[in-house]
Design a protein around this ligand. Structure first.
Ligand SMILES: Nc1nc2c(ncn2[C@@H]2O[C@H](COP(=O)(O)OP(=O)(O)OP(=O)(O)O)[C@@H](O)[C@H]2O)c(=O)[nH]1
Ligand SMILES: [Mg+2]
Length: 326
């Protein structure tokens, strides 16, 4: 099933229960004063953060949700029960824009619950209207409608590092090597069609589908998944040593990051020359130097086939994260 990271649902908080007109029936008298209770509040619409990246998939088919209405008031001054709230589970990292109130919520922690649409107040029973000049009021009020309407849910994955680069650069292979993830890898472009997340020594790493030149105009998978790098503290940019001109690949991806905006191009970048086992050492060292010249920064050589390079990269990544307080 395709990965859903943007979906709009419609949700309605419950209407308040009506207040009622009732009379005390004490000592055999039919009318011993007003005794109608208030209606209960309508149920709320609540969002709850869960640790499941695919939680929005559910809303592909199920798009309308209603909390329960409050119960009407009762006799003998009893208030109606509150309507049951409805809890919609969303992956942590979800941004919810609520059309009815124009408010925006961010659900950043597992188990956090946020009330985004409030149930209507219950109406007043006739007991509330009793006054010195009105001993037997027939008034009551109806419950108020609850808030309701569209809720736009957008997932922006929360991770410490995001892996970016052209297709085939070895991003998913690196994620698998660093973490226990079993992301699909393949010797063709766009093996990864949705972001993957893995845990590396307590750091969350997100593997983001590959970018090509023109991604910001929609080429390839476009920049559709780049929002998942918006919240990462750093990016790890992989450029394959197989390429004749790694500097040009680097520039192209940087250009797409720049056009995407959202602060992506300002994030600290750890630059990696990947798959170095595929070319003679002399050549990859030369490409490393070329790339360093272009990017004006250190380049970490990497190969999934060379355990010593993997270990050195892992150590460098930990230091890099630490130097940015992650
Ligand atoms: N020899 C060698 N092959 C590698 C290395 N890293 C990855 N590969 C291979 O290169 C191909 C692409 O690797 P992936 O990890 O799928 O690349 P990706 O960057 O995730 O690609 P997309 O998901 O398409 O963006 C796969 O066939 C991998 O097995 C490496 O260090 N050395
Ligand atoms: Mg991949």
């Amino acid at each position: 099933m395709a990965f859903v990271d943007e979906v709009t649902v419609r949700a309605y908080a419950g209407k308040g229960g009506n207040g009622v007109v009732r009379w005390l029936r004490s000592q055999g008298k039919a009318q011993g004063g007003p005794a109608g209770g208030d209606g209960g509040r309508g149920g709320d619409v609540i969002l709850e953060g869960v640790r499941d990246l695919s939680a929005l998939n559910y809303y592909r088919y199920e798009k309308e949700f209603r909390a329960e209405a409050g119960k009407p008031g009762e006799s003998e001054l009893r208030h109606g029960a509150k309507g049951a709230s409805i809890v919609l589970k969303v992956p942590i990292g979800t941004v919810a824009r609520v059309e009815a109130t124009n408010r925006v919520y961010e659900i950043l922690e597992e188990g956090t619950q946020m009330t985004v649409l409030h149930g209507g107040d219950g109406g007043k029973g006739n007991a509330r209207f009793k006054g010195s000049t009105n001993q037997n009021p027939f008034q009551q009020t109806d419950g108020k409608p609850g808030e309701g309407g569209g809720i736009e849910l957008t997932l922006k994955i929360i991770a410490d590092a995001g892996l970016v680069g052209m297709p085939n650069a070895g991003k998913s292979t690196l994620l698998n090597a660093l973490t226990r993830t079993k992301a699909k890898t393949g010797s063709y472009a766009f093996t990864t069609l949705e972001p993957n997340l893995g845990d590396f020594n307590g750091h969350l790493i997100a593997d983001i589908p590959g970018l090509i030149e023109g991604a910001s105009e929609g080429k390839g998978l476009g920049t559709r998944f780049l929002k998942h790098a918006e919240r990462t503290k750093i990016i790890v940019h992989l450029v394959s040593a197989e390429l004749d001109d790694p500097s040009s690949a680097y520039r192209k991806v940087r250009k797409e990051l720049d056009s995407f905006g959202h602060g992506l191009s300002d994030k600290p970048e750890l630059l990696v020359l990947s798959k170095v086992d595929l070319v003679p050492e002399e050549q990859w060292r030369e490409r490393c130097a070329q790339l360093a010249e272009e990017a004006k920064k250190e380049i970490v050589p990497l190969s999934s086939e060379r355990p010593e390079l993997c270990d050195a990269f892992a150590a460098r990544l930990i230091d890099f994260l630490k130097s940015y307080g992650v």
